[in-house]
Design a protein around this ligand. Structure first.
Ligand SMILES: N[C@@H](CCC(=O)N[C@@H](CS)C(=O)NCC(=O)O)C(=O)O
Length: 230
């Protein structure tokens, strides 16, 4: 399988975290968002939305990071990140949808205003947008913080896709100044995720380069996979 990703992208990191944790061998293909590679026709052909990540499995192209992590788990016999069914799976699913719908977009306001805009030369942060984002972060971070008051992991049955998916949203929370200081349970849980090998192996620097782990190797798949003329 092949993952089209950009290391700095939290949505990409969600897929990377799960793949690395599960020990799934992938060919890693960097789509450089800073160069607009996500808008090239070759990439739009595999994801008309023009965003990463995309997983390719023998001609099947899967978009949406939360769907990708569910699919990755389905490929691994005996994995414990994604329960087989019933309430345990529904509980994990509930947090994946919560993250996609509420938490990631709220955190994303800070990532966009405080990090991406200055990095891309798109101007300085808009205080009104940050204020609106702070209200959304407060609304949802307080839910997660309260939920974690008596749990180590989000789903309560051990580490699951829910933890890796939600933590990925916080990949750049510190440099983006996401206001999380008051949420002690959330911060303790996030520290537990950051201590995992898969977190360390998917680390990146601010030029979007992975610095350690399997993604740090030269990404030979890139040119051949998508941009033969690159
Ligand atoms: N809902 C999508 C969101 C993907 C997404 O927005 N990816 C961002 C990077 S974190 C992207 O590729 N942005 C490029 C652009 O908007 O041009 C998912 O979860 O995979």
């Amino acid at each position: 399988m092949r993952l089209y990703h950009y290391p700095f992208s939290s949505n990409s990191r969600r897929a990377a975290l799960v793949a690395v944790h599960l020990g799934v061998t992938l060919e890693w293909v960097t789509i450089d968002l800073t160069k607009g590679e996500q808008r090239r026709p070759e990439f739009l052909h595999i994801n008309p939305n023009g965003v990463v990540p995309v997983l390719e499995d023998e001609g099947f192209f899967l978009t949406e990071s939360h769907a990708i992590i569910q699919y990755l788990a389905s490929k691994v016999t005996g994995q414990t990140l994604y329960p087989a069914g019933g309430r345990a799976r529904a509980d994990v699913d509930r947090w994946l949808f919560w993250n996609a719908q509420h938490f990631q977009p709220a955190v994303g306001v800070f990532v966009w205003e405080n990090l991406v805009k200055p990095m891309m030369g798109l101007g300085s942060a808009d205080p009104a947008k940050l204020q609106e984002g702070a209200g959304r972060v407060e609304r949802y971070a307080s839910v997660l913080d309260a939920h974690l008051a008596d749990r180590r992991w989000i789903a309560g049955i051990g580490l699951t896709l829910a933890d890796l998916a939600v933590a990925a949203s916080l990949s750049t929370a510190a440099p983006a100044n996401v206001p999380l200081t008051q949420y002690r349970n959330l911060r303790a849980w996030f520290a537990s995720v950051q201590a995992l090998e898969c977190w360390k192996k998917t680390a990146f620097d601010f030029r979007g380069r992975n610095t350690v782990g399997p993604l740090a190797a030269p990404q030979t798949g890139r040119a051949a996979a998508l941009f033969p003329a690159a």
